[in-house]
Design a protein around this ligand. Structure first.
Ligand code: CO8
Length: 258
């Protein structure tokens, strides 16, 4: 659909599934793939009928990193002037909740892409790492920052300095992923979580995402203040009336996303 070459986008109800689709290159992230992921997710973000976006790859690789063959001939002026890979930041600015469903390799930019998503689910085959140092470079899509916030300084330093990878069990223990599931259940589980989120009030899910993300950008007192203001604001929504009335009436809520 939509003339994409490197991704597949499928809709089921209020959820969207975006599959990275450069199998021969283990879903290496080239500029075309970046532009397609950003365009597709921003279009979904504008769609009031879309309540959650799942990003996934193949059984072998979520993404084996930025496309090394595309970067290999570049020089500094080209990287700097084109602001290489800056468009990935737009993925982190989506308001719709996003889920990364990771099986196989999530290396370099692949690990960074997973960490740009709101919920990170791993198959038991998942392998995470920031091996850029082995190529004479360093993480460039936020890995040194987001991995450190997720797993702490000791593990982040060791992984970024040596390039060693982390399996799914270690990733869950370290807090990088929310859960590990058997590989053949990953897609269904990710879609189930997405369906749950998409069934909630869309504006409230957006508020939750804003509130949690604010914790990475501000002090505790400011973050709690921000949360309190959003909490009060939720009482302006029809969905607050519906959610609380449904509880009192002992029936499931019918959110209208208003
Ligand atoms: N880029 C381009 N092509 C790749 C990449 C990649 N990152 N990874 C794999 N491929 C290609 C291989 O070249 C190979 O192609 P071909 O068949 O034409 O030779 C094909 O995919 C299959 O790969 P392998 O044969 O290597 O498969 P294996 O199962 O033997 O190995 C590995 C799998 C271990 C994942 C191996 O492919 C590998 O080590 N890949 C590179 C991993 C890596 O170093 N990733 C980090 C890249 S750098 C990065 O992400 C920087 C991000 C920030 C940039 C910011 C710029 C501002």
């Amino acid at each position: 659909t939509d003339g994409y070459e490197t991704i597949l986008v499928e809709r089921t109800g209020r959820t969207a599934l975006l599959t990275l689709n450069r199998p021969k290159a283990l879903n290496a992230l080239n500029l075309r793939l970046m532009n397609e992921v950003v365009a597709a997710t921003e279009a979904l973000d504008r769609d009031p009928e879309c309540g959650c976006i799942v990003l996934t790859g193949s059984a072998k690789a979520f993404a084996a990193g930025a496309d090394i063959k595309e970067m290999q001939p570049q020089d500094y002026p080209e990287m700097y002037l084109s602001d290489w890979f800056a468009a990935w930041d737009r993925l982190g600015r989506l308001r719709t909740p996003t889920i990364a469903a990771v099986a196989g390799y999530a290396l370099g930019g692949g690990c960074e892409l997973a960490m740009l998503c709101d919920v990170l689910l791993a198959a038991d085959t998942a392998v995470f790492g920031q091996p850029e140092i082995k190529l004479g470079v360093l993480p460039g899509i936020g890995g040194s920052q987001r991995l450190t916030r997720a797993v702490g300084k000791a593990k982040a330093m060791e992984m970024c300095l040596t390039g060693r990878t982390m399996d799914a069990v270690e990733a869950e223990r370290a807090g990088l992923v929310s859960r590990v599931v058997p590989a053949d259940e990953l897609r269904a589980e990710a879609l189930a979580v997405a369906g749950t989120i998409a069934g909630m009030s869309r504006p409230v899910a957006m508020m939750v995402k804003e509130a949690v993300n604010r914790s990475f950008e501000t002090t505790l007192a400011e973050g709690v203040h921000f949360e309190r203001r959003l909490f009060h604001a939720a009482f302006a929504l029809a969905d607050q009336k519906e959610g609380m009335t449904a509880f009192v009436d002992k029936r499931p809520p019918r959110f209208t996303h208003r």
